[in-house]
Design a protein around this ligand. Structure first.
Ligand code: DQA
Length: 149
């Protein structure tokens, strides 16, 4: 039997508050809504996903390390750590697993400090600005990359 691709989905800090957190910027979908959307898309794409959220940089680093031998791709919204974390960037570089970076908001239309991403240099690509749909599009792009390139 063919093994299904296994994707790790990581949500960074404050994303547990989606739905109530600045809905004008991030929309009204909760993290559970987004996770359900991803589970549905994973079924359609015939891949397995594991989902984790943490507000702690080290926990996210550990989760990325634990991908080795377990997961073939990473879908990540590192939240504010996108703009600050060399450690998360290095962890992705270290495991050398294809990663897609996603953001609900368009980080380039916001404050200048959000315009730089440490993750972008180690990601195969980035999807930013489509609300909850950024995750769905990101999963599609990642699976497409894993299957066909
Ligand atoms: C975010 C954008 C970041 O700048 C911010 O710190 C977040 C969410 C997004 O999904 O739009 O927490 O990653």
């Amino acid at each position: 039997m063919l093994e299904l691709l296994n994707i790790l989905v990581l949500h960074g800090p404050n994303l547990n508050l989606l739905g109530q957190r600045e809905p004008g910027v991030y929309g009204s979908a909760t993290l559970d809504d987004i996770n359900q959307l991803l589970e549905q898309e994973a079924q359609t794409l015939q891949v397995k996903i594991s989902i984790q959220q943490s507000n702690h940089e080290g926990v996210l680093v550990d989760a990325i390390h634990s991908m080795l031998g377990q997961h073939q791709g990473l879908l990540i919204n590192a939240g504010a750590y996108t703009h600050t974390s060399v450690a998360i960037r290095d962890a992705i570089g270290a495991v050398s697993v294809p990663a897609v970076e996603v953001h609900l908001s368009n980080i380039y239309r916001r404050e200048p400090f959000r315009h730089h991403s440490f993750i972008a240099a180690v990601a195969i690509g980035q999807i930013s600005g489509f609300g909850a749909d950024s995750y769905r599009l990101g999963l599609q792009a990642l699976v497409h990359h894993l299957k066909y390139s």
